[in-house]
Design a protein around this ligand. Structure first.
Ligand SMILES: NC(=O)c1ccc[n+]([C@@H]2O[C@H](COP(=O)([O-])OP(=O)(O)OC[C@H]3O[C@@H](n4cnc5c(N)ncnc54)[C@H](OP(=O)(O)O)[C@@H]3O)[C@@H](O)[C@H]2O)c1
Length: 311
């Protein structure tokens, strides 16, 4: 099979030939059609995640990719060969998916309807699930409640804006000035440009603040949260002090750590797609042989949604 390999010393990728993996117990052999690019992939290419990379190397040359759409090529207890599926491999320990085939735990997969196109499905998987985790498990909005989404044009941010708006929330988005129109089209009522403008205004009282780039803290957001309001960052381990502060206040910090999924969550994602509450946000699509350009695009500023790799 064709598989993406990473030369960490050079910080480059290349497509290599590798044996097709054999499914183990409870695994399904999946022919990957489209996979997405994530921050972790870009960091792996530049030498990050050394202990995880060591583990991935034991399984073969593929070190990147963990979310995808594809076709099952073996039978499981629930999934049958030939069915179209989406999946999300365990972030830290699951097999990587930037290759023609991968063997995935059946619990990380779900069958999708025929009318959900490959690229749309691949674009929705992890960041759509993340938005659902925030807005359905951590803090669902009541109609009229106020939500701030920081980093609203990225993967997490775009789906968070869409879902918050679909719950009837009043969404304020922070994004680059150039992406303001696009972010409004995702459902934001107000957009603040992050260049030169204050993130918060003295009169702000948000019921929910979602920090997608994960570079702020509960301490910074706290004064602008309404009583009972919740702050959620994608990088909670960098703000452990925030959880202590929140425990001592009338405001909350929500713990967000999406390391794997399950069939029910994947079904919920498809359901919300069907309702139009989340809509695929695709910045760009690259061929596997052009993976370096895809990784560079992911790392560049100004994206609108997800960067995909066609396998
Ligand atoms: N904890 C979890 O369970 C979990 C789940 C999913 C994702 N994550 C993490 O969440 C992060 C975001 O993922 P993603 O795929 O959404 O990334 P992404 O697509 O690159 O989006 C990041 C967005 O943040 C914006 N941004 C960057 N710096 C900013 C700043 N200082 N102020 C305002 N906006 C800023 C970027 O805008 P520009 O392009 O204009 O700079 C971009 O739109 C990643 O670190 C990912 O690993 C964590």
């Amino acid at each position: 099979m064709r598989a993406l390999s990473v030369d960490v010393a050079r910080g480059r990728t290349s497509v290599v030939e590798a044996p097709v993996p054999k499914p183990g117990r409870r695994q399904i052999l999946v022919e990957i059609k489209v996979s997405a690019v994530n921050e972790m992939d870009v960091q792996v290419r530049s030498g990050g995640w050394a202990s995880q990379v060591k583990r991935f190397r034991r399984a073969g040359p593929v070190l990147t990719g963990f979310e995808f759409v594809g076709v099952a090529r073996s039978d499981g207890a629930r999934i049958r060969s030939g069915q179209r599926i989406i999946g999300y491999s365990h972030v830290l320990s699951g097999p990587r998916t930037h290759a023609e085939f991968a063997c995935l735990d059946e619990r990380d997969l779900q069958v999708i309807p025929d009318d959900l196109p490959d690229e749309d499905a691949a674009a929705l998987v992890v960041m759509g699930l993340t938005a659902i985790e925030v807005l359905e498990r951590i803090r669902r909005l009541e109609p009229g409640e106020r939500c701030l989404v920081i980093g609203a044009a990225g993967g997490v941010g775009a789906y968070a804006v869409q879902l918050a708006a679909s719950q009837g929330g009043q969404v304020t988005a922070i994004a680059s000035a150039a992406n303001a129109g696009w972010v409004r089209a995702q459902g934001a009522g107000e957009v603040r440009a992050y260049e030169g403008e204050d993130r918060y205004r003295p009169e702000d009282r948000f019921d929910l603040v979602i920090d997608a780039p994960g570079k702020s803290s509960f301490a910074q957001a706290g004064p602008y949260l309404a009583p009972g309001g919740t702050y959620v960052t994608t990088n909670p381990t960098a703000d452990m002090g925030g959880f202590v502060r929140a425990a001592l206040s009338d405001k909350r910090a929500g713990w967000l750590m999406m390391l794997r999924t399950d069939p029910a969550k994947l079904s919920r994602l498809v359901e919300l797609w069907r309702e139009g509450a989340v809509r695929p946000a695709i910045d760009s699509v690259y061929d596997l042989s052009d993976a370096d350009a895809a990784f560079d695009r992911f790392a560049a500023r100004g994206k609108q949604g997800r960067v995909l790799l066609k396998i």
